[in-house]
Design a binder for this molecule. Structure first.
Ligand code: FES
Ligand SMILES: [Fe+2]
Length: 390
């Protein structure tokens, strides 16, 4: 973004362009993507959260009913074409189908076709002539993944971090819906500036020093952009204010500023050869790689004001080490890191309100993410005609 004075202002005429920071017009695709991007796979719930009863979810503004048949989960548009009643309120009258609770229109779970009209008899002329939209579904890592897009979906693997495709690992995780637009959550995830201030009160960081300030650059790495630390400062004499530092006698110095620089790095993580801890990619996946585990966040758009926040932590081990990690996850990480630590992020994502904004030097991480979106030119989920279509 460039700063220039606009001569139109002094003549009283309307300026053609807003001053920098007034809006997001420098990133038009990103600006229009309040409901995220089509043609991607998104994690929504854990498999066990969908039992015999259908479960309604909203994804990119689309209302979807998740329905289980034996081991498979199906996803249908959560709206009966007859009079618009949610199919997620429906009954499981016959195997492999769902019946709308109102007049008993009955849909095949695999293709959404109206396969029976219970209140119009066996020869109902409308049978087979109406269908409800279905969505491709995959089940992976115990999660349900739904594809929102047009045409044949690409493989789920294309939307997963590459290290989660062919390696063996154990996972812990949490999913929840949080307030705020998904872009605020994504920007918060990749934000260079806040962790050393906002999170210096987090229990997860109680025994580790946070830097006082950094100088950072952002580099491209395949589908990702990565934050790389060029300078790390542990204390600073702030002019007119005094000493600023997170150092305390009870805090240890933290790990080096890139996972590969540590002494004992897990081989899978070492093979990624990451120049920094934190990376982000489309459609909104954050990867924070530590020497022995990787933390991921998916920012899944729900509607314009809510984001489904899916946190996973992977440890690339088997056997006893894997079991020990599972225990540690349940006993501590789930509460301290995926709980209290990221609840501080949720607080900010909820209360922030931008644009307008005035960006500072560390925000180059945020603008790099917005530029990544612009140059990838993903298909934006439209915001108009919300209900009938969605
Ligand atoms: S509204 Fe669904 S069957 Fe009538
Ligand atoms: Fe944070």
């Amino acid at each position: 973004m460039t700063t220039r004075s606009n001569p139109a202002e002094s003549t009283g005429a309307r300026p053609e362009r807003q001053p920098p920071g007034q809006d997001w017009s420098s990133w038009p695709i990103y600006d229009s993507a309040s409901l995220g991007f089509r043609d991607h796979w998104y994690p929504v719930l854990w498999e066990e959260q969908v039992g015999r009863k259908p479960v309604p979810v909203t994804l990119l503004g689309e209302r979807i009913a998740l329905v289980r048949q034996d081991d498979r989960i199906h996803a249908l548009h959560d709206r009966c074409p007859h009079r618009g009643v949610p199919l997620s309120l429906g009954r499981r009258q016959f195997p492999g189908t769902i019946s709308c609770p109102y007049h008993g229109w009955t849909y095949d779970l695999t293709d959404g076709k109206l396969c029976g009209v219970l209140t119009d008899g066996p020869d109902s002329p409308i049978r087979g002539r109406v269908s409800v939209r279905t969505y491709p579904v995959e089940q992976r890592f115990g999660l349900i993944w739904v594809y929102v897009g047009d045409g044949e979906p690409h493989p789920l693997d294309d939307d997963l971090p590459e290290e989660l495709r062919d390696n063996t690992f154990v996972l812990g995780g949490r999913t929840e819906i949080r307030k705020g637009n998904w872009r605020f959550a994504a920007e918060n995830g990749f934000d260079e500036g806040h962790a050393k201030y906002l999170h210096n009160t987090a229990l997860w960081r109680l025994f580790k020093v946070m830097p006082a300030w950094n100088k950072t650059k952002v580099v491209n790495r395949d589908k990702w952009i990565v934050r790389v630390q060029e300078e790390v400062h542990w204390e600073a004499e702030m002019p007119g204010l005094g000493l600023w530092t997170n150092k305390r006698w009870w805090k240890r110095m933290p790990l080096p500023d890139a996972p590969g620089k540590a002494k004992n790095v897990n081989p899978v993580i070492a093979s990624l050869d990451l120049p920094g801890f934190v990376s982000i990619r489309l459609p909104g996946i954050l990867r924070v790689a530590y020497p022995n585990f990787i933390h991921y966040e998916w920012y899944v758009p729900v509607d314009e004001d809510h984001v489904r926040y899916v946190q996973l932590m992977a440890r690339f081990e088997t056997g006893l080490k894997a079991q020990a990690f599972k225990l540690k996850y349940l006993a501590a990480v789930r509460w301290l890191f995926h709980g209290q630590f990221t609840a501080q992020d949720a607080w900010m994502v909820d209360v922030m309100d931008a644009p307008p904004e005035k960006l500072y030097r560390p925000d180059l991480s945020i603008t790099a993410w917005r530029r990544l979106v612009e140059r990838s030119s993903p298909k934006v989920q439209p915001t108009e005609a919300l209900d009938n279509k969605r």
